[in-house]
Design a protein around this ligand. Structure first.
Ligand code: BG6
Length: 511
């Protein structure tokens, strides 16, 4: 992405900066803040979408001061964004920091935070608007919320107060409900932004535009024409330095309960009346409501990566990663067959799979259409591929429609060909804006459309809880192992073979 272009010049349409506000990041010294949040805010500054009166206050246990925080974040921005010195000169000085303990009583570190906010607001001429972003381990979400109330930071008569909460939101349905109740004691639902960064991805939002702004596909978007749907979120990375988090979380809580079920919601949703929070969230909740209980033994496959090769280099097995127990049974791969019990989707399986250390980084939703009811051409029908519509969410973002065409020549040979739309060629954007940028902007603007509602999250846990408990039981035994760099465990292939279907290939040709 170019360094100093305006939003318009980059193929982005305009947009309006939010009202002046302070963003307070709890967990500011953590991985997420440095990798996603601060870079996303820096991108908003580049697009001219931050208000002039704006500041960030980082709060965490690292022993930094304002300048130390600025130096650290400058390095992160350099690593994760196209750096621009002039832009940093306007952005960097608006970062502030306070060392503190999330569990501290309200009259101690949170009282210091309150005083810091007064100073920062005065220095930057910002009113009372504040967005609290909880980028901490999930175990702190409840306590921080309560302390914010104790320190009288959760409400103001002179401005808005909002809270952004990261995932995983709870560890199961019970804890999610408890957390929702804890939060509801302090914040009204319209102050709460439960974030799932997949909803901020351009390509995910484009799934809605594709279906509901174009009349051609809606008539065939149902069980009469669609054979099945495949949702793939494959990563080639391992768990990196996140062993502690990952050992406690596993693939179902990390990816399936949130990102993959959001993709299912976006694919299966009924047309909302309007593109706004209540309408859209009512419809996505109905999708989850209609998902049938999964039979864990029959319809789910867990896997864990063994050693293997990625991009020509040897990589270790999950069990040999730093911080992972030798005999860990934490799954790094899950494949699940879901069915949706409603008129549109009855009998159409949704096959979901996600995993780390797979053959490629590939996120896509593939709609596989039924075969032609009667094919008049004198060819071997069994060799003909069905029509497929693929939303390429990342990389090489775009949409591809695969259909049959006559191959030039005297006889009647047919071949699958692609009609495609790509962001790179159409909008001249090889890199799309980070999902967090749009979601932080929405939160600052008070737009909850792309944030999960409490009932959606509780229901998502209800769907996956039986899977997690079965796999966490000792009796569940080892997950199926797959070599790093492969397509996943063989048992996952068997899951589809049983239905006479095959997974799409994850390995991608070199770009
Ligand atoms: C995060 C998970 O929510 O999503 C990570 O915690 C995962 O484990 C990441 O790597 C994937 O996000 P993206 O945007 O890179 O596909």
């Amino acid at each position: 992405m170019s360094h100093s272009l305006t939003a318009d010049a980059q193929g982005l349409h305009g947009g309006t900066p939010p009202e002046p506000c302070v963003v307070v990041i709890f967990g500011a010294s953590g991985d997420l803040a440095g990798r996603e949040l601060i870079p996303a805010l820096f991108e908003l500054e580049r697009y001219g979408l931050l208000p002039e009166q704006f500041a960030v206050v980082g709060f965490s246990n690292a022993d930094w001061d304002d300048d130390g925080f600025r130096d650290e974040m400058r390095e992160k921005v350099k690593r994760h964004c196209a750096f621009d010195e002039a832009l940093w000169r306007s952005f960097g000085p608006r970062l502030y920091y306070l060392q503190g303990d999330f569990r501290s009583p309200p009259d101690q570190d949170y009282a210091r935070l309150s005083r810091k906010l007064v100073d920062v607001r005065t220095e930057n001429r910002i009113g009372h608007n504040a967005l609290f972003h909880l980028a901490t381990p999930p175990s702190f979400f409840g306590v921080i919320t309560a302390r914010l109330a104790g320190a009288e930071l959760a409400r103001s008569d002179d401005g808005w107060r909002r809270i952004v909460i990261e995932k995983p939101f709870g560890v199961d349905e019970r804890s999610s409900r408890e957390l929702n109740a804890e939060i509801a004691r302090v914040f009204d639902e319209d102050q709460v932004y439960r974030i799932d960064h997949f909803l901020g991805k351009e390509t995910v939002q484009n799934m809605l535009v594709f279906r509901f702004a174009n009349p051609s596909f809606e008539p065939i978007w149902n069980r009469n024409y669609i054979d099945h749907v495949q949702v793939t979120v494959a990563e080639d990375i391992g768990i990196g330095t996140r062993a502690r988090f990952y050992e406690a979380t596993g693939v179902v809580r990390d990816m399936l309960q949130n990102h993959l079920l959001q993709l299912v919601s976006m694919t299966a949703i009924e047309p909302p009346g309007r593109f706004e929070g209540t309408s859209l969230r009512n419809e996505t909740a109905k999708v989850l409501e209609a998902i049938c209980a999964v039979d864990v033994d029959a319809d789910c496959v867990s896997g864990q990566y063994g050693a293997g090769r990625i991009g020509g280099s040897r990589v270790p097995a999950y069990r040999s990663e730093d911080g992972v127990a030798d005999g860990s049974i934490t799954p790094t791969y899950a494949a699940v067959r879901l069915t949706i019990d409603n008129w549109r989707w009855a009998g159409v399986p949704f096959y979901l799979r996600t995993g780390k250390r797979l053959a490629s980084r590939l996120t896509e939703v593939a709609i596989q259409f039924k075969p032609t009811p009667h094919l008049m051409f004198p060819v071997d029908h069994s060799s003909l591929a069905s029509n497929t519509l693929v939303f390429r969410l990342q990389p090489r973002e775009g949409i591809v429609q695969r259909f049959l065409a006559k191959q030039p020549g005297p006889g009647l040979e047919m071949r699958s060909v692609d009609m495609s739309f790509g962001y790179a060629t159409t909008f001249g954007m090889t890199e799309l804006p980070p999902a967090y940028a749009w979601l932080l902007l929405d939160a600052m603007q008070g737009d909850q459309t792309l944030f999960a509602r409490a009932d959606w999250i509780d229901r998502a846990w209800q769907i996956v809880d039986p899977i997690v408990s079965r796999w966490e039981e000792d009796a569940g035994g080892d997950p199926s192992f797959y070599p790093a760099g492969s397509e996943g465990p063989e048992a996952a292939a068997a899951l589809l073979a049983r239905d006479g279907r095959t997974w799409r290939t994850i390995a991608q040709a070199e770009e």
